[in-house]
Design a protein around this ligand. Structure first.
Ligand SMILES: [Zn+2]
Length: 66
């Protein structure tokens, strides 16, 4: 895992990514395992892309790589 994410709320590093769009099969499996979360097909500008397994908080990382 290249990215090290920390929950802004509880500082837990037990976080996962929220994946948008239509997920391939392996993503379903990872979502089942609680590794990632599926956000659906619609992504908004301020849609959260990370979630915390510890407190359930969802947030958007300030990544502007465009
Ligand atoms: Zn948290």
């Amino acid at each position: 895992m290249a990215d090290c994410i920390k929950c802004p709320k509880c500082s837990s590093t037990d976080c996962g990514k929220i994946i948008y769009g239509f997920p391939p099969y392996w993503l379903f499996e990872r979502a089942e395992a609680g590794e990632i979360k599926l956000g659906g097909c619609v992504i908004l500008d301020d849609s959260p892309d990370h979630f915390c397994r510890n407190c359930g908080y969802e947030w958007k990382e300030g990544s502007h790589d465009d």
